[in-house]
Design a protein around this ligand. Structure first.
Ligand code: GMT
Length: 376
């Protein structure tokens, strides 16, 4: 098929999922066109089946805010026409589903029927989308999509609770390519550059927004390092980074915590990791946890949102109530205390990702694209 993918091109989970999906679809023979304001960070190759079209914003002094939706929907119309696209798959409802609806209507005027598939990712529903500022437009554009998916049962339920939804929302889990992580393990994994052989490595990866509770990450680690020699890798960047760095200084553990900034080498970083920390306030899915598990890393997380659908209590890691730093630290110590326990959790984590295999999830999206045209 000829598919347009609209997403945020940044390090956020929705952009990562959209990019990996587009690359996998192109690999399978589909023609994929990314439409966004920058080249997606994980888009590492182009081919005759994989294209990127930049949405260019013209600055004009009258505008306090540049009208991105207008530029995006105009670009969608242009690309759908030029490449005769059959489906626009938009990731993250705001403003992508709304812009896609406008593009659909403009194309209708030209006698073209483009189908729109909207995938809801989390904050577009739970934190931003349900806010009164956006709610009406988000609800409208979800209901006007041809097909709607959510990345977990929890997000589906949240959407139905927070909005008046007339459409059927299908759950299509996020996916992972396990082999990519095996490869990072096989290539020489230079763990010694970061920690001594007897030290354990704990890692947190996020966009350092308040919802990620980076202070809890530091406090959990502080308790762990008092019992087990260890290092903490803080990967990513965002508004809470400075606060997290200050807390590290206050606790006098600067020599044990490394702030690494944003990275495109997540698989390599995770190959060093023994335990992954994700104490988020809410997480519709927790792609970072799944990436950790693909690298055979057990996860210490909260039990919020879709996390219990990804991280399995006592098997792939442990889940605690929001803010229960003591229990999360105890659980991390439980996993790290001896090699046999750690190895068992690592094995379980790797096994569990089968449920989220790209081989299962990709056909689910392909079926959905076809379903827009034929009643399957
Ligand atoms: O976590 C974020 O703040 C980024 C956000 C995004 O849209 O990129 O992530 C959301 O989508 C991811 C991919 O589906 C999910 O794995 C994350 O759990 C979800 N984040 C939240 O629900 C907070």
């Amino acid at each position: 098929m000829r598919i347009g993918i609209v997403c945020y091109p940044t390090f956020g989970g929705s952009g990562v999922v959209a990019t990996e999906l587009g690359m996998a679809l192109a690999d399978k023979g589909h023609e994929v066109h990314f439409i966004t304001y920058n080249q997606p960070v994980r888009l590492d190759f182009f081919s005759h089946r994989l294209h990127f079209h930049e949405v260019v914003l013209e600055e004009y002094p009258l505008f306090q805010y540049q009208p991105y939706e207008l530029a995006l929907s105009s670009k969608m119309v242009e690309i759908v026409q030029r490449y005769e696209l059959e489906v626009l798959h938009v990731h993250y409802a705001i403003p992508h589903a709304y812009a896609a609806y406008m593009a659909k209507k403009m194309l209708e005027e030209k006698g073209i029927d483009i189908k729109v598939v909207t995938t809801l990712h989390g904050t577009d529903i739970t934190l931003v989308g349900s806010h009164p500022t956006y709610k009406t437009a988000v609800e409208f554009s979800i209901n006007k999509s041809d097909e709607v998916t959510a990345v977990s049962n929890s997000l589906r339920e949240d959407t139905l609770r927070l909005f008046n939804i007339e459409k059927d929302i299908k759950v299509v889990y996020n996916f992972i390519d396990g082999e990519k992580y095996d490869k990072a393990h096989e290539d020489d994994c230079k763990r010694i550059a970061l920690a001594q052989p007897e030290e354990r490595i704990l890692t947190h990866i996020s966009n350092f927004r308040p919802v990620k509770r980076t202070d809890d990450v530091i406090r959990i680690f502080n308790k762990v390092q008092k019992k087990i020699p260890s290092k903490l890798l803080m990967v990513g960047d965002g508004p809470e980074r400075l606060k997290a760095e200050n807390l590290v200084n206050e606790l006098q553990i600067e020599d044990k915590v490394l702030f690494m900034g944003n990275s495109t080498e997540v698989a390599k970083i995770l190959c060093y990791t023994d335990v992954f920390l994700l104490p988020s306030e809410t997480e519709s899915f927790g792609l970072a946890a799944l990436e950790a598990m693909a690298a055979s890393t057990p996860v210490i997380s909260t039990n919020t949102g879709g996390l219990p659908e990804v991280n399995i209590e006592g098997k792939t890691g442990f889940l605690s109530d929001l803010g229960d730093v003591d229990q999360m630290a105890e659980n991390a110590i439980k996993i790290l205390k001896d090699k046999n326990t750690l190895d068992e959790f690592k094995k379980n984590a790797k096994e569990h990702i089968q449920l989220f295999s790209i081989d299962t999830i990709l056909p689910a999206y392909e079926k959905l694209y076809k379903k827009c045209y034929v009643n399957l």
